[in-house]
Design a binder for this molecule. Structure first.
Ligand SMILES: [Zn+2]
Length: 232
């Protein structure tokens, strides 16, 4: 699992949609809403993947190529069901955030993402600036707001019973706001694990051990999830 700092992808966004539409699509709450029956599932899924790539540490980390080729079946499932997956992760994240005082809760959102095998991670933490809707100038469209943190996790890689551990790990990165698994990360993950009844990291566990803490069981066939063949 990895964490990284800001991506520059906001600079490169095409001008197809209005700033307001674009901004709402970058809110995880948008993708927790069920599609209307006018929505074409494949088009919706394609939009979703575009949002994930724009927010991701590396756009190439988001891919369905390893799931299905051609990806039509996976896109269709995603367009129809991604809101249910995102609702579940939002609920897990909310439970984790409950262990902070309201005033000190970090502003974090979460999106389920098909992560390419070459990324080598089950999830990651993206710390990117928000769009500034108040300004028309190209430079003014970006305003660095350090509050916007998006966690992305691949629900296909980890068995559903261990999704809370997966989210806790990435949230710990979001709290620390720096890559790596050092002392600050240890404090953050230990706090979350204690609050959520997840196994606490042993005191002697080194950074490498912390990089996969808490232990999460891997799903042997991640592609099954994105083809809608795995219940959750
Ligand atoms: Zn990590």
């Amino acid at each position: 699992m990895a964490s990284n700092s800001r991506s520059d992808s906001f600079w490169n966004r095409p001008n197809g949609a209005s700033a307001l539409d674009q901004n709402s699509q970058f809110q995880a709450s948008y993708w927790q809403q069920a599609p209307t029956h006018n929505d074409d599932p494949v088009r919706r899924a394609t939009q979703y993947l575009g949002v994930l790539r724009d927010l991701a540490v590396q756009p190439s980390w988001i891919s369905l190529a390893h799931v299905a080729d051609p990806p039509g079946e996976a896109l269709s499932w995603m367009g129809q069901h991604i809101h249910r997956v995102n609702q579940r992760f939002h609920s897990i994240l909310s439970d984790l955030l409950d262990c902070f005082e309201a005033a000190s809760q970090p502003n974090v959102q979460i999106l389920a993402a098909p992560i390419a095998p070459h990324a080598g991670v089950d999830g990651f933490c993206c710390d990117v600036p928000d769009l500034d809707l108040q300004s028309d100038s190209p430079e003014g469209r970006l305003r660095e707001r350090p509050s916007a943190i998006t966690l992305m996790v691949d629900p296909g890689r980890i068995v559903p019973a261990d999704w809370p551990g997966l989210v806790a790990h990435e949230l710990a990165h979001g709290i620390v706001r720096m890559p790596g698994h050092g002392a600050e990360f240890r404090r953050a993950i230990a706090h979350l694990c204690m609050a959520q009844d997840l196994p606490l990291p042993p005191p002697q566990l080194d950074a490498e051990g912390l990089s996969s803490w808490p232990p999460c069981r891997h799903n042997p066939q991640p592609e099954m999830f994105w083809l809608g063949q795995l219940s959750f």
